[in-house]
Design a protein around this ligand. Structure first.
Ligand SMILES: [Zn+2]
Ligand SMILES: [Zn+2]
Length: 303
């Protein structure tokens, strides 16, 4: 019988050997199950690889390895491989958990939370991020001023680390305001990262967070993952197309100023769809003093 004292001094061969066999058994379980990680859709279901690892280690623990009383070179090499495969398995599971849930992203999370914590208004803006964004001029897609909703909105944001910065401005803009002042400007980048004033680098969403933010933007702002340019800019381009068509038509029509109906007819004749405001604004046609056509849009801030 091994006493506690024996164990502490490491002179209980019976017990430590049994324990070692169990650990080896667990490692062997992990090693055998290692290929499973590559079969599981780990990025979508982050807890699946973790569950598989725990189960395989437990089974291995309960079915301990053979007592290797006689060591030989092959056995030693084989055991080393088992430990290596088990370690790789655990490392992959940890990486998955990190990417999916932000296991190691808590510092970035803390920075983000302290940056936005006192905001009393959040604006989802029809514009880009830190490069030439105009938080007080660009149209807003949605605004939150309710305290509980602000907290719930902020809660959706969880990060697993930083990612490479792309060259674009991002879309949509997401701004946090306090006492009528815009305190934090940010923009979503390709659905998977947030570039935010005051915190360096692009913050990578956890998979869960990315899904929740995407869903929220879709239900509240009608934004789909493919929406990556401001609506007001697309509106400006649409109006420019109609205006240039009006100029062309006036030229071919002895300088007679075409009406909106003439233009609609002309687009139809050319087999082109008449441009519409992506924000649902109505278009009207006026002519300036110099006779130039100008299309106006009724959507707020679409001028
Ligand atoms: Zn980008
Ligand atoms: Zn418009």
């Amino acid at each position: 019988m091994a006493t506690e004292n024996d164990n502490e001094n490491g002179v209980s061969p019976q017990r430590s050997k049994g324990g070692a066999r169990r650990w080896y058994g667990a490692a062997r379980g992990l090693a055998i199950a290692f290929p499973i990680v590559f079969l599981l859709p780990g990025f979508a279901f982050s807890y699946l690889p973790l569950g598989a690892a725990v189960v395989s280690a437990l089974i291995g623990w309960m079915v301990p390895g053979r007592p290797h009383t006689v060591k030989n070179a092959w056995r030693t090499v084989g055991e080393s491989f088992v430990w290596l495969a088990a370690a790789l398995h655990l490392a992959l599971v940890a990486l998955w958990l990190h990417l999916a849930t932000g296991l190691f992203g808590f510092l970035i999370d803390k920075n983000f939370r302290s940056a936005v914590k006192d905001a009393d208004r959040i604006v989802i803006r029809d514009g880009g991020g830190l490069c030439h964004s105009k938080p007080d001029k660009e149209p807003s897609l949605f605004e939150i001023t309710n305290k509980a909703e602000i907290a719930a909105f902020n809660d959706m944001f969880k990060f697993s680390g930083r990612t490479m910065s792309c060259k674009c401005c991002g879309y949509p803009g997401i701004d946090w305001w306090r006492d009528g002042q815009c305190v934090v400007v940010s923009a979503l980048h390709h659905g998977h990262a947030l570039r935010i004033s005051g915190i360096g680098g692009d913050l990578r969403f956890t998979i869960e967070s990315r899904r929740r933010v995407q869903e929220w933007l879709e239900t509240h702002c009608g934004l789909t993952p493919g929406d990556n340019s401001p609506r007001y800019r697309r509106c400006m381009m649409a109006r420019a197309r109609i205006e240039s068509e009006a100029l062309d038509l006036a030229k071919t029509n002895d300088s007679k100023k075409p009406t909106m109906d003439d233009l609609r007819e002309e687009f139809k004749k050319n087999g082109k769809e008449f441009p519409a405001c992506p924000a649902g604004g109505e278009y009207s046609l006026t002519y300036g003093e110099d006779g130039r056509p100008e299309i106006k849009c009724t959507a707020p801030r679409h001028d």
